[in-house]
Design a protein around this ligand. Structure first.
Ligand code: SF4
Length: 369
């Protein structure tokens, strides 16, 4: 068949241009920046070693869809910031402010650029913030990743919920221990570093904010925190060590911050150097919860309540008006009892699943074991 137009599809042209553009944009600057604060020390040591010419830098190859997503994130972030600008008691100030954090023993400066600084209109409060877009998916646990994080933040002793979807952390070091490996930790470390720059101190910035924006549904979340000198001092020590050994081409002398099976190692460009022969992504997925087996209704503490609701459902199965109401009651009861999949006495299995279309909602569906 004679296809009209050029042989190459529009999509091929876009993807090729993106890959080409990303090759030209490869980071050639000094790797120790505030944005790298949460990265593994060993990874940074490899990067520093490559920067000083001791080895080839292993570049992370990003697929075009990831590049498109990252690009989209920038648009969403400026859209989200426009809400702060228009609708709050805060002024958006000093975007892209360059700052110096500290000087290493080697004489090299650690510097970066602050994306977003906020000053309250009455000039009482000053915060360094960062807007981060996040994606959502059904968690291997019980809820969507977004809801799961909300629940986690509500439960952690170091976190105080001060409004809907708004949380405050007074001691970020304690929070890091509680939350474990999480992107939020990296975001906070970066902002904490900015808060300790000479410029931020001079200007009187008091706290940090991570403003998360959910791409899929425009939900948003605020994580506010008190800066920590101890966490900043740890960063200085870490960067000194990385520079010391990385500049000599001895990255192996720097400790690995993450174990095999961690998310950081799973997709790290240096995985083969650190864990030769091991498939780090496989090791990571092996740590994830296995298939979710159904809970037997009789084994549940509140099984009787659920049994009654399922019985009601069975009787009303043909009544299409009432059925959705009963199913909603069942979903709520299952959520309250943290049950995602349930097996009834007669062997039927039901599961609560997240449907995204035409709108995001939880539905009750029949399931296999
Ligand atoms: S593989 Fe893991 S330990 Fe090694 S550099 Fe990467 S993140 Fe660090």
């Amino acid at each position: 068949m004679k296809i009209l137009g050029p042989e190459k599809s529009l999509l091929q042209s876009i993807d090729e241009a993106l890959i080409e553009g990303s090759k030209n944009q490869k980071q050639n600057g000094y790797p120790l920046r505030p944005s790298a604060a949460g990265y593994c020390s060993r990874k940074l040591a490899y990067d520093v070693s490559a920067f000083h010419g001791h080895m080839e830098k292993v570049e992370e190859v990003k697929k075009p869809n990831i590049l498109r997503l990252l690009d989209l994130g920038h648009y969403i972030e400026s859209h989200a910031i426009s809400y702060i600008r228009k609708n709050t008691d805060w002024d958006v100030k000093y975007c892209q402010q360059s700052v110096i954090l500290f000087k290493l023993a080697s004489g090299r400066m650690i510097e970066g650029s602050i994306d977003l600084a906020l000053v309250s209109k009455d000039n009482k409060y000053k915060a360094i913030a960062d807007c981060k877009t996040v994606g959502n998916r059904w968690s291997s646990g019980f809820q969507s990743k977004w809801d799961e994080m909300n629940n986690k933040l509500e439960r952690l002793p170091s976190v105080h919920k001060f409004a809907d979807d708004a949380f405050y952390i007074d001691d970020i070091a304690a929070f890091f221990k509680e939350i474990g490996e999480d992107a939020l930790q990296k975001n906070i470390m970066q902002i904490n570093a900015y808060l300790h720059s000479g410029w931020a101190k001079e200007q009187g910035f008091q706290f940090g904010i991570v403003y998360q924006y959910l791409k899929d549904s425009s939900k948003h979340r605020e994580i506010r925190f008190r800066p920590s000198q101890a966490v900043f001092d740890q960063l200085k020590t870490k960067y000194e060590l990385v520079e010391k050994y990385g500049s000599k081409g001895k990255p192996e002398s720097v400790p690995k911050d993450f174990p095999l099976g961690s998310f950081s190692c799973a997709y790290c460009p240096y995985a083969q150097q650190c864990w030769p022969g091991d498939r780090t992504s496989k090791a990571y997925w092996q740590t994830q919860p296995k298939k979710n087996w159904a809970d037997k209704i009789n084994d549940l503490e509140k099984g009787a309540e659920l049994k009654e609701l399922f019985l009601k459902r069975e009787k009303l199965e043909t009544d299409t008006n009432i059925l959705p109401v009963i199913e909603q009651e069942i979903i709520t009861a299952m959520i309250n009892h943290e049950v995602r999949k349930i097996k009834l006495d007669d062997g039927q299995i039901f599961e609560v699943v997240l449907r995204k279309s035409p709108r995001e909602r939880l539905v009750l569906v029949r399931s296999k074991e």
